[in-house]
Design a protein around this ligand. Structure first.
Ligand SMILES: [Zn+2]
Length: 252
C-alpha cells in the first residue's frame, strides 16, 4: 500500500472546530489513509456558536456540526471522531484540556499528531487567527510534549489502563513557515468533498477556487500540483522509534 512516501501507522488530528481539519490537513489525511494509516480526529469544541441563524440554539448547532464533521471524516476514510465538547469561542489552554488531550494520546497511541501552530496570530490583511485555533494548537503541543510521554504526569490515567506514550512526529499546520510539503494532488478532490459536508458553514459558497489556489501556491517549485504545508518536528529519533516498535511487537 505504501507508494514510496512516508505513511505513519497511526495519526491523531487535533482541532478546535468542525471544518478546521477540512480547511487545513484533510488532503494529507486522505493520502495517509490511502497508504494504510489509521486516523482519528479529536475536536475540542463542537462549533456550537458557529451557526448564526434566528432561533438556532447552541445545543442544536453542536448536533448539526458534529454530524457534518462525522460525514466529512467518512469522506477521507476516518471512522473515529472524538468530541471533547469544550465551549466554542471560549477554548483555553488549561491543564484540564491538556489532561483530556493526554488521555486521547495515551489511548490512541499516535505515531504522528497533526495540529495547528499556536504562534499564528496575524493571518493576512483580513483575518486574525481565531483564539480557539491558538488554544487548541497550544494545548495539543503541550499534551504531546512532554506530558503524554511522562509516566508520572497525569499518572491517575493509569487507572483507566492508559500509560505514557511518546509521539514520533508533530505536523503543525503552517502558513508560511512550512518545512515539509505533503503532495495532495491525488487527494485534493477528497479534501474538497469533505469540506463540502460542512453545509452549515459553506452555504452556497464554492470553496474550490480558494482551496486550489492555496494548495497550488504551496506546491510551487515542487514535483506536485497541490500541497499542504507543515512545520514538522521529530520528537523520537528513527533509531529510538525502531526500538520502541521492537518492544511493542515483542510484547504483542
Ligand atoms: Zn475554526
Amino acid at each position: 500500500m505504501n507508494n514510496g512516501y512516508y505513511v505513519p501507522e497511526r495519526v491523531l488530528v487535533i482541532a478546535a472546530h468542525p471544518d478546521d481539519i477540512e480547511f487545513s490537513s484533510a488532503g494529507t489525511v486522505a493520502r495517509w489513509v490511502k497508504g494504510g494509516a489509521e486516523v482519528a480526529y479529536v475536536l475540542c469544541t463542537s462549533g456550537d456558536v458557529g451557526i448564526a441563524q434566528a432561533g438556532m440554539t447552541r445545543a442544536r448547532a453542536a448536533e448539526i456540526r458534529e454530524a457534518e464533521q462525522i460525514a466529512a471524516a467518512e469522506v477521507v476514510g476516518v471512522k473515529e471522531v472524538i468530541f471533547l465538547r469544550e465551549p466554542d469561542g471560549m477554548l483555553e489552554n488549561t491543564l484540564d484540556l491538556r489532561k483530556r488531550l493526554v488521555r486521547e494520546i495515551r489511548r490512541f497511541k499516535p505515531e504522528v499528531v497533526i495540529t495547528g501552530d499556536p504562534t499564528i496570530v496575524w493571518a493576512g490583511p483580513g483575518y486574525i487567527n481565531h483564539p480557539d485555533h491558538r488554544a487548541a494548537a497550544a494545548a495539543s503541543l503541550d499534551a504531546v510534549f512532554p506530558a503524554a510521554g511522562q509516566p508520572n504526569l497525569f499518572e491517575e490515567l493509569a487507572e483507566e489502563g492508559l500509560t505514557a506514550h511518546k509521539t514520533r512526529k508533530v505536523y503543525a499546520l503552517s502558513w508560511g513557515q512550512a518545512n515539509t510539503f505533503v503532495n495532495i494532488t491525488e487527494t485534493i478532490d477528497l479534501k474538497l468533498a469533505a469540506l463540502k459536508k460542512h453545509v452549515s458553514q459553506i452555504g452556497d459558497w464554492d470553496p474550490e477556487p480558494m482551496l486550489k489556489q492555496r494548495a497550488s501556491e504551496l506546491a510551487k517549485g515542487k514535483e506536485m500540483t497541490y500541497a499542504e504545508g507543515f512545520r514538522v518536528v521529530t520528537l523520537v529519533s528513527d533509531e529510538d522509534f525502531a526500538k520502541m516498535k521492537g518492544t511493542v511487537e515483542a510484547a504483542a
